[in-house]
Design a protein around this ligand. Structure first.
Ligand code: BES
Ligand code: ZN
Ligand code: ZN
Length: 499
């Protein structure tokens, strides 16, 4: 998508339509809205008065400018943004996405957005472009006909009195972020016969080559040497060999404190049948997205490579398929992880924590001092928080608070669940160091987290359970249904603020 920023008169924008943000209960009584209302012959006032358009988020209304006016665009789209008092820069992303999806349905290919947002021009432009790019992702990659090919190919972002260089910077950042989120979403949407652990590693390697990241793929022999018995036990039931994907970003000139390294670690279960503790047939197909945490790591690393922050970042993905083959783990097996701890496997469907155990330990061995892991880890987090908030837990309150705060800025919700020694006691095993499940039906999401915590030594660590937020079951005005690319923006904000 082509994008452009303008700082003065929107009427000069060479586009088919203008899209203007309108707040709830707002009347075109003054300023920009009044001017636009005049240009449409009072249409804005009319649709607001008739309550055809209320200004709620997702509301839209399209009409033509009166002929002979001074605006180059032919049409005007009103885009609702809810209460003005709550409007923030991340809402520009939603407004831009809503406008894009609406306009492309009407065969309109270019528009100028009037975001009406106070604040940093680069951030406004970034959110506008990211929103437009994210909104055009569709699930129809494998359709051979009836594909929706309509698209918006040009976006102009209008921010009055902004510096052009700032606007330009924001536009290109927005494109990098939007494309990287779509990269994550494409991976999450791939069927598991195509996106095997090996293919996931190949895609990461290709991306690394294109963007200048370092990429190393650890095969099973290498992982065995490193003692990753916990991760490898999950791969035993599958014909597909496990892969550990390691991505490294090194800045040209680092501003990080000596010895500081941030690591992003992801669960990359390319399909989760449950293994011998097999899942019911109904709904099992959803388990192709059980590699979403890993996809988030790869997509975020892609964006990092393009945005070039001044701190080093490590990405680690445990790519494994969980199948019930003849060599699969049995409930009651005991395995030894790379940090020497023994694990009694009581449910082979609690496999995410088994692969993350060796992955976070690996990240810390590589020098990570701060670790964020992402995983579609538990069904319990969906029951607790639904699809609006990602469950967050960690061993350092300040680090958890930071991520929650950046989530708010990025427009992504996080809700903390507690960890404590009492919870950790509940995964003590009678015959090994720990077991991979807690008491039946109790604090399932926390049990997953305290298990992973056993494999963190000194690093500050936060665990994001994205089982509820990585996939959306319904279409929204600004986004297709399916994979969401959740956490990419929050992690990028964390990276940006860590410089
Ligand atoms: N991948 C699942 C978690 C999941 C469930 C994600 C539903 C998305 C939707 C995970 O591997 C799993 O099966 N967890 C079990 C753990 C249990 C056996 C302790 C769960 O949540 O039921
Ligand atoms: Zn499972
Ligand atoms: Zn799983």
């Amino acid at each position: 998508m082509e994008s452009q920023g303008i700082t003065e008169n929107f009427s000069e924008a060479n586009v088919e339509a203008l899209a203007v943000v309108v707040f709830k209960d707002e009347k075109p009584a003054s300023g920009l809205l009044k001017d636009l209302d005049k240009l449409t012959g009072g249409h804005i006032a009319a649709v607001i008065k008739s309550e055809e358009f209320k200004g709620e988020p997702g509301d839209t209304s399209l009409f033509r400018f009166a002929p002979g006016g001074k605006v180059k665009a032919k049409s005007l789209l009103l885009v609702g943004a809810g209460d003005k008092a709550d409007y923030k820069v991340s809402d520009v992303c939603i407004a831009a996405g809503t406008a894009t999806r609406y306009l492309r349905k009407c065969y309109i290919k270019s528009f100028a957005l009037l975001p009406r947002c106070e604040g940093d021009a680069a951030e406004i432009a970034q959110n506008a472009v990211a929103g437009a790019v994210i909104s055009q992702f569709e699930l129809d990659k494998y359709k051979t006909k009836d594909k929706d090919e309509k698209s918006v190919t040009k976006l102009v972002v209008c921010v009055e009195d902004a510096r052009e260089t700032e606007l330009k910077k924001g536009l290109s950042r927005g494109q990098a972020i939007g494309d990287s989120m779509n990269f994550t979403r494409d991976l999450a949407n791939e069927p598991p016969n195509i996106l095997t652990p090996t293919e996931m590693a190949n895609r990461a390697q290709k991306m690394a080559k294109e963007t200048g990241l370092k990429c190393e793929i650890l095969d099973e022999a290498k992982m065995r040497k490193l003692g990753m018995g916990s991760l490898l036990s999950v791969a035993n039931g599958s014909d597909q060999p496990a892969k550990m994907i390691v991505l490294k970003y090194t800045p040209a000139k680092s501003t990080a404190k000596k010895g500081e390294l941030l690591a992003l670690v992801g669960k990359g279960i390319t399909f989760d049948t449950g293994g011998i503790s097999i899942k019911p047939a109904e709904g099992m197909e959803a388990m192709k997205y059980d590699m979403s945490g890993g996809a988030t790591v790869i997509g975020t690393m892609r964006a990092i490579a393009l945005l070039k922050p001044s701190i080093p970042i490590l990405g680690v993905v445990a790519a494994v398929e969980n199948m019930p083959g003849g060599s699969a783990s049995r409930p009651s097996d005991i395995v030894t992880a790379s940090n020497g701890k023994t694990v009694e496997i009581l449910n082979t469907d609690a496999e995410g924590r088994l692969v993350l155990a060796d992955a976070v330990a690996y990240a810390e061995n590589q020098g990570a001092t701060r670790i964020v892991d992402m995983a579609t880890l538990t069904g319990a987090v969906i029951i607790a928080l639904g699809d609006q908030n990602t469950g967050i837990m960690g061993n350092d309150q300040a680090f958890v608070d930071e991520i929650i705060e950046y989530g708010k800025e990025a427009g992504e919700g996080f809700w903390q669940l507690p960890l404590s020694k009492e919870y950790s006691k509940q995964i003590k095993s009678d015959i090994a160091d720990i077991k991979n499940i807690g008491p039946r039906g109790k604090a399932g999401t926390i049990m997953g987290a305290v298990f992973i915590q056993e494999f963190i030594d000194k690093a500050k660590w936060a665990h994001l359970d994205i089982a509820g937020t990585a996939w959306f079951d319904t279409v929204r005005p600004h986004q297709a249904k399916g994979p969401t690319g959740v956490a990419v923006r929050t992690l990028l904000t964390l990276v940006e603020r860590s410089q």
